[in-house]
Design a protein around this ligand. Structure first.
Ligand code: GRF
Length: 194
């Protein structure tokens, strides 16, 4: 079985959805968090999942920050990293150690609306559809090869809050499926056209 580390920075609702899946839970060996008071930490503690809080400000540069994380990952024999609301770019140290073994969830239909506040970007653009995407992580901002994606409609009169809730619900169903496939080794790395 693959050993997974989940990386998260905030609320951790996707972390929760992942560990609620009984097929995924045994593979989750570590939470890596870059914020000391993030809600996701208590979610992991409740489930007895080891937590590694690593703060960028305690390191001289990104390479030493990631070296620290890498040492921890190796100690837990992690071979897949699953980003779930991790609000930091992955640098060369981790990318080199985990080629095609770091995935991310993004709340838009990439390549549309990359970067921060993707839901707000789509809402303000007035488009009729947005989406969610799981992709491999590369050195760009949400540019890595797409694993799978789903379209989500933006209804007339829908508020940004309602849209956000709808997207999160979809993510909680979608991402565990992707991670299951990944654990089973069924992920095809191909770009799907919308
Ligand atoms: C999700 O919308 C995810 O797509 C994005 O960050 C958000 C994390 O939410 N990358 P949560 O912390 O899992 O609740």
């Amino acid at each position: 079985m693959n050993n997974i580390a989940i990386f998260a920075s905030g609320t951790g609702s996707n972390f929760q959805a992942l560990i609620n899946d009984p097929k995924i839970r045994p593979a989750v060996r570590l939470l890596v968090c870059d914020q000391e008071n993030a809600q996701v930490i208590s979610r992991a503690e409740r489930e007895n999942i080891p937590v590694f809080v690593c703060l960028a400000k305690d390191h001289v540069n990104k390479a030493s920050f990631e070296e620290k994380i890498l040492t921890k990952l190796k100690g837990h024999q992690i071979n897949f990293c699953v980003l779930a609301g991790y609000m930091r770019m992955i640098g060369n140290t981790l990318l080199a150690a985990y080629p095609k073994r770091i995935i991310n969830l993004h709340p838009s239909f990439l390549p549309e609306f990359p970067g921060k506040d993707a839901i707000g970007q789509a809402f303000r653009a007035g488009v009729a559809q947005t989406g969610i995407t799981a992709h491999f992580v590369d050195s760009g901002v949400d540019t890595g090869p797409i694993i799978a994606q789903e379209r989500i409609s933006i209804l007339q009169g829908e508020s940004e809050e309602e849209l956000t809730q709808k997207i999160h619900q979809a993510e909680h169903r979608f991402y565990p499926t992707i991670v299951c496939d990944l654990i089973l080794g069924n992920v095809a790395c191909e770009r799907k056209e919308g």
